[in-house]
Design a protein around this ligand. Sequence first.
Ligand code: DGL
Length: 279
Amino acid sequence: MSDSQLLSGPIGVFDSGYGGLTILDGIRTLMPQYDYIYLGDNARTPYGTRSFDIVFEFTLQAVKKLFSFGCPLVILGCNTASAKALRSIQQQYLPDNAPDRRVLGVIRPTAETVGKLTRTRHIGVLATEGTIRSESYTLEIQKLYPGSVVVGQACPMWVPLVENGEADKPGADYFVRDSIKKLLEKDALIDTIILGCTHYPLLMPKITKYCPEGITIVPQGEYIARSLEDYLKRHEEMNRRITRGGTCRYFTSESTHKFHECASIFLKEEVEAEHVCLI
Ligand code: DGL
């Protein structure tokens, strides 16, 4: 099939809920020229505590929906979906069902970045229980930077705090301090910490408050954006297929009213969402 016959359309960004808006924000800031579609599976969030099979099933439904909207390229802007579903989608679904489309995740680009930032080669990962259990960061970092020590800490309360608009309230301090303390107690040589969940940048003021000086904290939005820019430079055939109108549409599997209210916490701007059924 020649390039001109291949479908053109927006970049799709998927997340289990609102967190992927921090990834979308990073990408749109760097590449405002493209069209985007954001899809949040808010009706079934959180994914962090769900099994591999369920995360795969839900993520595949979302990817199919974004394909049906015409996206040639989909970013899983969710660590849990990237950890638990990306490989199966790339290896089992795409080759037979959508060989001309691409689905990319957030773990590899983050792993590439962190290896360039650490000096001690001791890296901490704060993420959902599902991402930590999958050991995706450990495997990816050690593949890219053999000899690195990767230590994870699940933060089960952080997503609910953000989702419920409690990120800047005093009640969040205990949970942020506690998870960071637990992580650093496991390995005192950690000098770089990945925020391996899209919601966590919203807790940044408290994270920096409770992280000892000298530790580099790595939020993902900016790094994922740079990695995607690099990918599109290296894949000119895909780059040509992304439409350029500077638009962004938002879809949610939950109430559009709630999305409108909550998305502004993540984006600091008002957005109108459309409802979508993923089943
Ligand atoms: N957005 C998800 C992530 O980056 C966290 C939210 C959830 O548990 O669904 O891991």
